[in-house]
Ligand binder design. Structure first.
Ligand SMILES: [Zn+2]
Length: 461
């Protein structure tokens, strides 16, 4: 059984899909104009873990998971102007980098990745329906959603009107009937990306794309709608209003929101400038370490991002991989229920992780690997985990002395292998002076080389 905290109901509810053979989940994806930061990675990792759980419970093909790509937006237009390129150059570049970063964190690509620029038709059709049913109006090239026309507006965020206007940071514009009304379509100047529409050449407002793409790809009512806490208002509130007013049915049956990643006392955000990116972190840490760090707090709680958090995540994985490297001969309990019951309780990843560590005490290697897979962890060959350089570059002061010694050993082993390769190359080029120098250098470190028919091996004296 899976229970999920539903933001709309304000409580945990048993997850009952509409159709267990086609469970639908939509998560608001990136606006692609710059590198993602680790706060942006949290929803990707959280909903990837939820997707793994659903597929485990209902079957590999039971879930259709869609995550959109916002590829038309004022920030994109500004970035393109700054570089003097077409917006598509910016969006293609940063979408590719986003996917690379997320894959490095063990995030599987969603089943569907709708792009706003490829779905203008369904968006115009949706606006058309809202205008003809009196929920939207056009003025000065804009089309606006009339908040006053929707008596249920505010149902998700439960804000009063004043809070809503403050929260949306809305501008009072002459073309708006009401300050709370939000843009569905806005005009584009001749040199700015745009599409023809019944209201003139322009481009969609941000909230619109999700409503239109959910309907086009997943249906009028989906099972799970997810995203970061910051999207509840105004983005998801507006999605709900647009969709319900257009087709009368609720947009989603469960609303799931993840908390922020904090840097110091503040939420990590580009506008504050306190960001750290997977790109930087992956230079000195493995993707699984960052993934475990992101899953170490419950998804609804804030997650303070610190060096200690990363060091702890790494120490946990080192311990688990060391177990896999030389597992004791056991027929232990490989029952993945140990993990799924924790995840089923509103995706309790801290509990699931402590159970994973527990399993290394009584379980077997295969069972542990299967359990790790549910969390997107333990996907590497144990030998590779300890070999790869990225892992050993920056040892945190908090790492254990035991591990430092182990790491040093591995690093020097790698160096020996490299020197032996250099020596072989030198011999091939008949550069015997270099070959002898390498041999003597290693000998001084207590390493003896033995040349054989299958190449050179080394041993400690
Ligand atoms: Zn959205």
């Amino acid at each position: 059984m899976i229970r999920l905290h539903d933001t709309l109901a304000r409580e945990k509810r048993e997850f009952v899909p509409q159709d267990t053979k086609r469970i639908t989940m939509y998560v608001c994806g990136p606006t692609v104009y710059g590198r993602a930061h680790i706060g942006n990675a949290r929803p990707a990792v959280v909903f990837d873990t939820l997707a793994r759980l659903i597929r485990h419970e209902y079957g590999e093909d039971s879930l259709v998971y869609a995550r959109n790509v916002t590829d038309v937006d004022d920030k994109i237009i500004a970035a393109a102007e700054a570089e003097g390129v077409e917006p598509a150059v910016i969006t293609e570049r940063y979408e590719r980098l986003y996917l690379e970063d997320m894959r490095a964190l063990g995030v599987r690509d969603p089943d569907i990745a709708p792009h706003a620029t490829r779905e203008i038709g369904p968006m115009i059709a949706l606006i058309d329906r809202l205008v003809s049913s009196g929920h939207a109006y056009s003025a000065e090239g804009h089309v606006l959603f009339s908040v006053a026309s929707d008596p249920d507006y505010g149902v998700l965020s439960k804000r009063d009107r004043e809070q809503m206007i403050a929260g949306a940071r809305v501008e009072v514009a002459p073309y708006k009937r009401d300050a709370a009304d939000f843009v569905l379509w806005k005009p584009s100047a001749a040199n700015v990306i745009g599409w023809d529409s019944p209201w003139g050449r322009g481009r969609p407002g941000w909230h619109l794309e999700c409503s239109a793409m959910i309907e086009a790809h997943l249906g009028t009512t989906i099972d799970i709608h997810g995203g970061g806490l910051d999207l509840i208002f105004p983005h998801h509130e507006n999605e709900i209003a647009q969709s319900r007013c257009a087709h009368g049915a609720p947009l989603a049956r469960y609303w799931v929101h993840n908390g922020f990643v904090d840097m110091g006392a503040e939420k990590m955000s580009k506008s504050v400038g306190n960001i750290v990116t997977p790109e930087e972190l992956l230079k000195s840490h493995k993707g699984e370490t960052l993934r475990l760090a992101l899953l170490s707090a419950h998804y609804r709680q804030p997650l303070p991002w610190t060096e200690t958090l990363i060091a702890q995540a790494k120490a946990t994985l080192d311990r688990l991989y060391r177990f896999l490297l030389s597992p004791p001969k056991r027929t232990g309990d490989a029952n993945p229920d140990f993990i799924t019951t924790a995840l089923g309780e509103d995706l309790n990843t801290p509990l699931a992780l402590s159970r994973l560590v527990e399993m290394a005490k009584f379980g077997d290697a295969e069972g542990l690997k299967r359990a790790g897979n549910l969390l997107g962890l333990l996907q590497e060959a144990p030998h590779d985990w300890f070999q790869r350089k990225a892992h050993n570059v920056e040892l945190s002061a908090n790492a254990t002395a035991q591990f430092s010694a182990e790491a040093q050993l591995i690093t020097s082993n790698e160096r020996f292998d490299q020197l032996i390769a250099e020596r072989a190359e030198a011999k091939k080029n008949r550069d015997f002076a270099t070959a002898d120098r390498i041999r003597n250098e290693l000998k001084a470190e207590g390493i003896v080389l033995e040349d054989g028919p299958n190449g050179t091996t080394w041993r400690r004296e």
